[in-house]
Design a protein around this ligand. Structure first.
Ligand SMILES: CC(C)(COP(=O)(O)OP(=O)(O)OC[C@H]1O[C@@H](n2cnc3c(N)ncnc32)[C@H](O)[C@@H]1OP(=O)(O)O)[C@@H](O)C(=O)NCCC(=O)NCCS
Length: 164
């Protein structure tokens, strides 16, 4: 099993998995269009050439990014794949020098295990609610806001390189 950045070839399988859980009310559905538009932020877990998990990182503000559409195929749950996906997305946030990673979720014990802390939704900056206006749960959002605080640092690709 490997965790890697998603490619356009993964989108159909990603959408199918999200749809499966969206039908159970566990997460919001995503259109293929929205997945292609946000593809750069998506990671996948792949086993035997099959997408068995996915999750996306969506930058909201200077110091805040949100994990969206986190899902592990029912046959592959409980094997540490969700944890690996979240860790990879947190690494992405760190590489972008973003200090807080948010999840709006029903999976409180899972995110607790991964050191996310519950915060009051009202404490989040208003700027991040732009997308919520389009959500069918806008007037009755029952998800819990949880945040992971990273030690943000930018990734240095080359240091002390001799001048060309
Ligand atoms: C939530 C979800 C992504 C977790 O993925 P997973 O691969 O099954 O989780 P992991 O195996 O990586 O679990 C990591 C840790 O969390 C714990 N955990 C996972 N789900 C848990 C739960 N419901 N209750 C308590 N602990 C849980 C595991 O026991 C594990 O602990 P450990 O490291 O001490 O062994 C997966 O269950 C899923 O896709 N659910 C449906 C869609 C969904 O709700 N997505 C979340 C949207 S925010």
């Amino acid at each position: 099993m490997e965790i890697r950045k998603a490619t356009a070839n993964d989108v159909a399988q990603i959408q199918q998995m999200i749809q499966h859980f969206a039908e159970q009310g566990l997460m919001l559905p995503r259109s293929e269009k929205s997945l292609y538009e946000n593809l750069q932020g998506f990671m996948v877990a792949v086993s035997q050439k099959r997408v068995v998990g996915t999750g996306g990182l969506h930058v909201l503000w200077k110091d805040l990014a949100e994990i969206r559409s986190l899902a592990v195929h029912p046959d592959s749950q409980g094997q540490g794949i969700g944890r690996l996906l979240v860790e990879a997305l947190v690494q992405e946030a760190k590489a972008l020098a973003i200090s807080q990673v948010l999840s709006l979720t029903y999976q409180i014990p899972f995110f607790n295990k991964l050191d996310f802390q519950i915060v009051q939704k009202e404490s989040l900056p208003h700027k991040i609610w732009k997308d919520c206006i389009h959500c069918k749960k806008f007037y009755k959002c029952d998800e819990t806001a949880m945040i992971y605080y990273t030690q943000s640092s930018s990734v240095v690709y080359a240091e002390n390189v001799a001048e060309c």
